[in-house]
Design a protein around this ligand. Sequence first.
Ligand code: PBG
Length: 345
Amino acid sequence: MPIVDVALSTVGRVNQLPTIPPFPVSRMRRLRRTPALRKLASDISVRPADLILPMFVAEGLSEPRPISSMPGVLQHTSDSLVKAAIEAVQAGVGGLMLFGVPTTKDAVGSGADDPNGVLNAGLARLKFELGDSTVLMADLCLDEFTDHGHCGVLAVDGSVDNDATLERYAAMALAQAEAGADLLGTSGMMDGQVGVVRRALDGVQRSEVGVLAYAPKYASAFYGPFREAVDSSLVGDRQAYQQDPSRGVNEALAEVALDVAEGADVVMVKPALPYLDVLSAVAASSPVPVAAYQVSGEYAMVEAAAERGWIDRERAIAETLLSIRRAGASMILTYWAVEHASRQS
Ligand code: PBG
């Protein structure tokens, strides 16, 4: 299947609508009449293999720990991580994105490139257990590992130092490649991060390891529950490096162009639902596959409303995933990956 079906793309076809005969010759309800007709007419679907499951592995736990703002999502121990990952692969999920939750943090996020750090050890374990049966991805960012919670290292004035952070990302990339990651998820929103990671990998003959670049990534309120998921120590916000939701789509396209020029193998739009316009524009022009991240707050909203009986949970989940696919994502990161995949098969 092409990255975006021509029929799926809404961009640029506003003036090219085909003419159809008017009512009563045309009756749009004809193809809606029975379940069989609707099934036949349906042209958008979310395959299990299109889904990527984000997972959290935490240090120092004796058993998996629930994340209260994300009902059904867990911080895993090394053992429960393996078990859940195997279940996800058996359900047909296309890939796993791993985040690490360390017990100790410091100013430069030393745990991030420590081969024995929680994330790299988790990756190595998953690679050992799963081999190439799935696509193993890793979050390449410092925020889980720094005591101040920012995505990079700080300058003396307290701002996030872009270029000093790039050096840390290069070190992380090498550690994650060594641990067995297939794709590195550069999520920190430092300028130049994709190029630095690409050069670091190529410099040690790891040209087969790819970059899944968070290209447009907005400073979003919808990351709220994730901060609990990774025990974030952040005070303040990330508005000085993540994108401003009040900027238009052109900025997002510039981010994509830069990341592709720096060597991104996949570009990702994040969050998904509040940015379907951005996703649609990126999908219409990207030369590389496009992913979208249905983030923690998107998950929490549906779960919370469903818990109160205010919304039909399963239908709402399916509808959100379809909307993301319809907007043009060929891969979707979602905390519902296993559940949705199981329902499809
Ligand atoms: C950065 C990162 C974040 C998320 C994914 N990678 C947090 C942030 O940017 O503040 C959020 C994912 C989610 O909310 O589900 N390491």
